[in-house]
Design a protein around this ligand. Structure first.
Ligand code: 9D3
Length: 260
């Protein structure tokens, strides 16, 4: 399955981070997705090639002009249509958007084409959103300098969901932990680091015990660090029992501040 990403950005070079490294580089080289970058500067109309202007009403900062963005977005959408994209969505990466989570990643993964708008300065003219954007998406309640890194986060998370992108090991690592909870701790050689040993069960060769230990650790850490995640899932009998064991072993240490 080939996905098409068209991104409108003043900093197209930033997207080399996706195309020159790791899983996303491999996926693109193998034809799982294409990435086309559109610089609104090239659609700027005035003598100075301006892409921003001062805000009506005054105040600090600049606002991205409608016209270069509309032209860039429409060119991007037209290219997608010419490639036979049937289900395309236009997303503006914005601090005011719906928070990105795995459910939204899966939802956006249903589209075969995405047109992403990465903003700079204080943002874009509101009318551009009304005219050209289907949804606004934020990557979380913290400030970054523009929409490019958020757009790359979104692309990376969607590319990983394309069938065939992950190799067998990478896919197994995804499926081996219960969906929606934190991962268990991992260890590799050497057996002792600065006096810290690998948990003996992992050296035992008892694969049933190892599986139980990992599941128990994953559930226990989720309970301790992200109780909000546990509230959203139903545990089966084994999972509930392992979590109770963990709570019995570590729960008191937690309360008295002597735990890990
Ligand atoms: C400090 C400037 N802020 C004034 C109240 C507003 C502001 C404007 C532009 C804050 C950040 C940005 C640039 N950020 C994004 O474009 C962005 C973003 C983010 O900052 N955090 C989380 N998700 C996203 S998606 C796009």
């Amino acid at each position: 399955m080939m996905k098409r990403f068209d991104v409108v950005t003043l900093f197209p070079g930033m997207f080399d981070a996706l195309t020159e490294h790791g899983i996303t580089q491999r996926a693109r080289e193998r034809g799982h997705f294409e990435l086309v970058l559109w610089n609104p500067r090239e659609f700027a109309v005035n003598a100075y090639r301006s892409v921003d202007d001062r805000p009506y009403g005054g105040g600090p900062g600049m606002v991205m002009l409608v016209e270069p963005l509309v032209k860039a977005l429409r060119a991007a959408k037209a290219r997608q249509m010419s490639c036979g994209v049937r289900h395309s969505r236009a997303v503006y990466l914005s601090p005011q958007g719906r928070r990105l989570d795995q459910a939204l990643v899966d939802e956006l993964s249903e589209a075969d084409g995405l047109v992403l708008l990465a903003g700079r300065y204080e943002g874009v003219d509101e009318r551009l959103i009304e005219l050209e954007i289907d949804e606004e998406v934020s990557i979380g309640d913290f400030v970054v300098s523009g929409g490019e890194l958020p757009a790359m986060v979104m692309i990376d998370s969607i590319v990983r969901r394309i069938p065939g992108v992950l190799n067998d090991d990478e896919s197994a690592a995804q499926e081996s932990f219960v969906d929606g909870i934190l991962d268990c701790p991992h260890y590799t050689r050497p057996e002792v680091v600065d006096g810290l040993s690998v948990p003996p069960v992992l050296l035992s060769g008892n694969h049933a015990e190892i599986r139980r230990w990992r599941l128990k650790q994953a559930l226990g850490r989720t309970w301790r660090r992200r109780p909000d995640l546990l509230a959203g899932i139903r545990l089966n009998a084994e999972q509930a029992m392992l979590l109770e064991e963990y709570q019995a072993e570590y729960g008191e240490a937690e309360k008295t501040g002597t735990g890990v």
